[in-house]
Design a binder for this molecule. Structure first.
Ligand SMILES: Nc1ncnc2c1ncn2[C@@H]1O[C@H](COP(=O)(O)OP(=O)(O)OP(=O)(O)O)[C@@H](O)[C@H]1O
Ligand SMILES: [Mg+2]
Length: 316
């Protein structure tokens, strides 16, 4: 069973206008919206790949209802803690020349009581065959240690955790030793306190230190440079698949979805890596965070090149 946790979901709204006139009247030509937030995006990709998950987190108000409906329509199980405050809407203003302006709401502040409700829900799903996907930022009101607390709580029941977050939330959660992590290059740089782009050699040594804590596997995504997949005694690198790029937003979420499916299906390393590269490259070919089709992912999986990470690491 896969449970995706989205602390701060959102309605992702895209409005299309000819040209943005600040301070003037802007007529919208076309509006589109979809349920969003990192964990929700992971659930959508899992569904598209033909597997299932339950989306959990906090939802409130009319926007919360819209997210619930959107998930129901896609037949994605969902079991959110109901809160009084309205779930946020993130608006992207898309101009004819391709310029995008983003207007992101902070989202509701979560109370202690609501957090306790979420913990009880998560505990009820936790078991040996459950993987929790903790992705995205932590909402206002919740403490920076919330992911660490969830990890400890569900580990006690034998469940596993895939972590995809950044900043303090990432650093603190690592102390509780998640099973799988999916940082991107910048997130690892920040974690390691480095102010220069990290080389693959540096990534390998940072990740190996993290694995020593007990983390089982790390998938480090590097955008159009591909990804590194590091287990305790196995490390490979894959160049990115040559796809036509429509939007790279959500490519990391697609990789997290692939990691979750591979865990649940018990895929071997080779098959896991292929699915990760194919799902994330597929996501790049779609608009916004729209998941790629299973058919495309299968085609791309056959094209993935897997190389030994040690060989690929360039001498300093
Ligand atoms: N331009 C691209 N062409 C092909 N594949 C890409 C491209 N950009 C990203 N990818 C694939 O997607 C994976 C994840 O991308 P990236 O490292 O940008 O994730 P991320 O920063 O976590 O993204 P997000 O958090 O916005 O979902 C990469 O490892 C790669 O496999
Ligand atoms: Mg990411």
């Amino acid at each position: 069973m896969i449970i995706t946790v989205t602390m701060n979901p959102a309605i992702d709204k895209t409005v299309e206008i000819e040209m943005l006139k600040p301070g003037g009247l802007n007529r919208i030509r076309h509006v589109e919206w979809d349920a969003g937030g990192k964990g929700v995006n992971v659930s959508k990709t899992i569904r598209e790949l033909g597997y299932s998950s339950t989306a959990v987190g906090f939802l409130g108000g009319n926007t919360g209802e819209m997210i619930r409906d959107a998930l129901d329509k896609r037949e994605i199980e969902n079991d959110f803690v109901q809160i009084e405050t309205e779930t946020r809407t993130n608006t992207k203003v898309l101009e004819a020349d391709g310029t995008v302006t983003e207007l992101n709401e902070p989202g509701p502040v979560i109370t202690r009581e609501q957090t306790e409700k979420l913990f009880a829900k998560l505990e009820s799903y936790a078991g040996k065959h459950t993987l929790f996907v903790l992705s995205g930022s932590i909402p206002g009101g919740a403490d920076d240690n919330i992911y660490a607390k969830i990890i400890r709580l569900v580990h006690k029941k034998g469940a596993s955790v895939l972590l995809d977050t950044d900043g303090n939330a990432f650093r603190n959660a690592l102390e509780a030793v998640p099973d799988i992590i999916k940082p991107n290059r910048e997130e690892l740089e920040e974690y390691a306190g480095l102010d220069h782009p990290v080389s693959e050699r540096e990534i390998l040594s940072i990740v190996r230190e993290i694995l020593k804590k007990g983390v089982r596997m790390a998938a480090v995504s590097m955008g159009s440079d591909g990804a590194l997949f590091v287990y305790r005694n196995y490390a490979v690198r894959c160049p990115a698949l040559p796809v036509r790029s429509e939007s790279t937003v959500g490519a990391g979420d697609a990789m997290a979805a692939a990691l979750a499916c591979a865990w649940e299906q018990g895929f071997d390393n080779d098959r896991t890596v292929r699915l990760c590269m194919a799902a994330s490259a597929g996501a790049v070919t779609t608009a916004g965070t729209k998941p790629p089709s299973r058919e495309l992912v299968d085609q791309l999986a056959a094209q993935v090149q897997i190389r030994s990470a040690e060989e690929a690491v360039k001498p300093l």
